[in-house]
Design a protein around this ligand. Structure first.
Ligand SMILES: Nc1ncnc2c1ncn2[C@@H]1O[C@H](COP(=O)(O)OP(=O)(O)O)[C@@H](O)[C@H]1O
Ligand SMILES: [Mg+2]
Length: 237
């Protein structure tokens, strides 16, 4: 596979993903990473922020799950924590309305030197409010769609990459299935790149496939390894 590198793309830490995406997460559009819990979504998102920092560009990391770990970032950055951390701005919305406010004011946050905005996990606050007020599901679905539309437009106008992560639940999780298909469909619709992560029998190995890539390349499944240093192609170890 030849890799036509596009300047401005943000490397993910997986050479395979980067090749499919023409050098990494594309600027000017939304990329989606989805998978079950513990499949490395947050790790991959952090690696993108770290690689963005290495290029001297800032990331707005919106930690909707409250799972951002400084310890994990320290592991991923190895000895360059201090230099990296100054390029990562962390936001912790406490509810779906606060998430909306961040999105609606994104152009004020992401001034010149920002190249990436991450929402990890994009639908966790949506799920929470839907479970609290089921009669509002229709209205909340529309709001989810609106947020993604605003994000897509902001990415394009401001030439920033937007990465959203999404958690899918296994049938064993017993979550209400009513919101799942809508949320998944809406996120996939707005994403120009879709990275799917699936667990394997080995908890350190994850199966990755590109469901959608801007280069429209034929894709197959690849294995990634999660370890202390982050998440990388199996073959590179
Ligand atoms: N220091 C580490 N060494 C090895 N594996 C790690 C380390 N830190 C986290 N992990 C693994 O990473 C996975 C969790 O990754 P994470 O990115 O949080 O997943 P997700 O966001 O999809 O829930 C777990 O399987 C965990 O065992
Ligand atoms: Mg996570």
């Amino acid at each position: 596979m030849t890799c036509a590198k596009v300047p401005g793309n943000i490397p993910t830490g997986s050479k395979t993903i980067d090749e499919y995406l023409g050098g990494g997460l594309p600027a000017e559009s939304i990329s989606l990473i989805y998978g079950e819990a513990e499949t490395g979504k947050t790790t991959l998102a952090m690696q993108c922020a770290v690689n963005c920092a290495k290029r001297g560009r800032k990331t707005l990391f919106v930690d909707c799950d409250d799972t951002f770990s400084v310890e994990r970032l320290t592991q991923i950055t190895a000895k360059q924590f201090a230099e990296t951390a100054e390029f990562i701005v962390l936001a912790k919305p406490r509810g779906f309305r606060e998430q909306a406010a961040i999105i609606d004011h994104l152009t004020e946050y992401v001034t010149n030197n920002f190249a990436l905005t991450i929402f990890d996990t994009f639908t966790s606050l949506y799920r929470l409010i839907v479970s609290e007020s089921p009669p509002k599901t229709f209205e909340l679905n529309r709001e989810l769609n609106r947020q993604l539309a605003v994000l897509a437009q902001t990415a394009k106008i401001n030439k920033i990459a937007v990465l959203i992560t999404s958690q899918v639940h296994s049938v064993l999780d017993h979550v209400p299935v009513s919101v799942e298909p809508v949320a998944t469909r809406v996120q996939k619709f707005w994403a120009s790149a879709i990275i799917a992560l699936r667990p394997t029998e080995n908890p350190q190995i994850v199966e990755m496939s590109l469901e959608k890539n801007p280069r429209k390349l034929q894709t197959k499944t690849h294995l990634l390894r999660i370890d202390e240093s982050g998440m990388h192609d199996c073959s590179s170890h």
